[in-house]
Design a protein around this ligand. Sequence first.
Ligand code: ZN
Length: 272
Amino acid sequence: MFDKLEYPELNVKEVIKEIEKRSQRKTTNINKFLSDETKRSLVDEERKYEKFSSELFKLKPCSEIGDYDKNVANKIYDGVFKKKIREEYMSQYIGTSCPICGQTLGVELDHVLPKSKFVQFTVTPINLVPICHNCNYWKGDNYGNTYANSSFHPFYEDFSSLNGLHFNFNFCNKTSPIEIIYDKKKTNPKFIHIMKEYDMEGFLTIQAVKKLRQIEHDLCSIKVSGTEKMSVDNFQKTLNAMTEYIGLSSWEKIFICDLMKVNRKFYSVLEF
Ligand SMILES: [Zn+2]
């Protein structure tokens, strides 16, 4: 979750070259829209993007560069980039999980700074991130105007430690036994924002409830097969053994640690 992704091999100069090559070969008239001035501007804008990589919220929306406006940019994106260049771009990310949720493959391209507002970055590879359909849906056209409310950028950022995230347990509540909370002192405010922006709170809550139900089920199987009442110490040992840290993802490690902290409450609910 919130993993860093390898920097794209393509840059806007190569994209422009490809657009021109393809428009010369095919019967498209896109080439005539890309004046030398526009091409230079697109390269300059990409440089600016890289320079501001840690504070992209400072970049200003732009609706046109000369006659390169939203219509032209979309035409190039949908007609050439998505159909032809996307394949080359995506070949670098084959087998990579969605950098946001870490679950599904990244099969859609999200404009981190949305193309509806930032026309200058419509075909700029560093503004295009392969993410899954779900994460793309939640992010929509959001982008933010401060560091704390800006979107996650996997080429430049890494929040995979999930620093400050915790799980709160209320075993008696059957419909929502788990709540996501944050340690205010350790949590980066941007992290809280992106957890909400991509609905990672909802996603993690569902995953965590599934995990809890699985652990309950496994413990109850042991309870049924045992003849004597399990002591709280044995319960703790069994729980420990069941939740080996090997192979667990970051959120699962946090989940297990937090569950261990309330194991006496958990024990009393399961009535051993
Ligand atoms: Zn995702």
